[in-house]
Design a protein around this ligand. Structure first.
Ligand code: SF4
Ligand code: SF4
Length: 189
């Protein structure tokens, strides 16, 4: 969305525009999975000077974290990585034209490592293709399907047969949270 970077960030979007495809941007009637009507191949945003504040404010983790190698640049990786500033959940928003890209290396091993770290802190790593959610756990990936605006994700950590097990499910955000010391809710965006 930042065809000309107007910030102090160390990196420039350059030829990348993937965030103009993978997210809903209601103010320009843009729907996740389809290029924004104002995106023009080769030149980027055709309303750059007057683009919505939402677009001006957006920076993906590749821009914000110079330690991420160039292979993580969204136009190369085929997904946009962000970290929710409030919940610290990591969001991998995948280009629906390359929906398996996040499972390729070097990405998958690193995403799994982030999942292990996040769960220790009662956070999570979420992979979205449009509105379809896969929760990444250290030992498996759980497909929860399409998320509605009033749904959230719950986790329960328990020991089964002497082994650590994490149960994950979705439910209405207003449903009573599980009454267990080892249960937690990963608030959605
Ligand atoms: S208005 Fe411009 S910057 Fe915003 S999503 Fe559309 S093309 Fe991208
Ligand atoms: S996805 Fe990141 S690098 Fe690509 S255009 Fe958007 S902010 Fe820039």
């Amino acid at each position: 969305m930042q065809t000309t970077l107007e910030s102090v960030h160390a990196r420039d979007c350059g030829t990348c525009s993937l965030c103009c495809k993978v997210y809903d941007v209601p103010s320009v009637q843009s729907v996740a999975g389809v290029w924004c009507q104002y995106f023009k191949r080769g030149t980027g945003c055709s309303i750059h000077a007057t683009r919505p504040q939402h677009c001006r404010d957006f920076f993906c983790d590749w821009i914000l974290h110079p330690e991420l190698p160039d292979t993580w640049k969204p136009e190369i990786a085929k997904f946009v990585l962000t970290t929710d500033p409030a919940t610290r959940n990591m969001i991998v928003q995948v280009d629906p034209g390359a929906r398996g890209a996040w499972r390729a290396e070097p990405y998958y091993s690193q995403i799994k490592a982030w999942s292990r770290l996040a769960l220790e802190q009662k956070r999570s790593v979420f992979v979205f293709v449009n509105k379809n959610l896969t929760v990444v756990l250290p030992d498996r990936d759980v497909e929860l399907g399409q998320m509605k605006p009033d749904e959230t994700v719950r986790f329960r950590r328990e020991t089964r047969n002497g082994r650590d097990h994490i149960e994950v499910w979705k439910e209405q955000v207003n449903a009573p949270p599980p009454q267990s010391f080892n249960a937690f809710t990963a608030t959605m965006r």
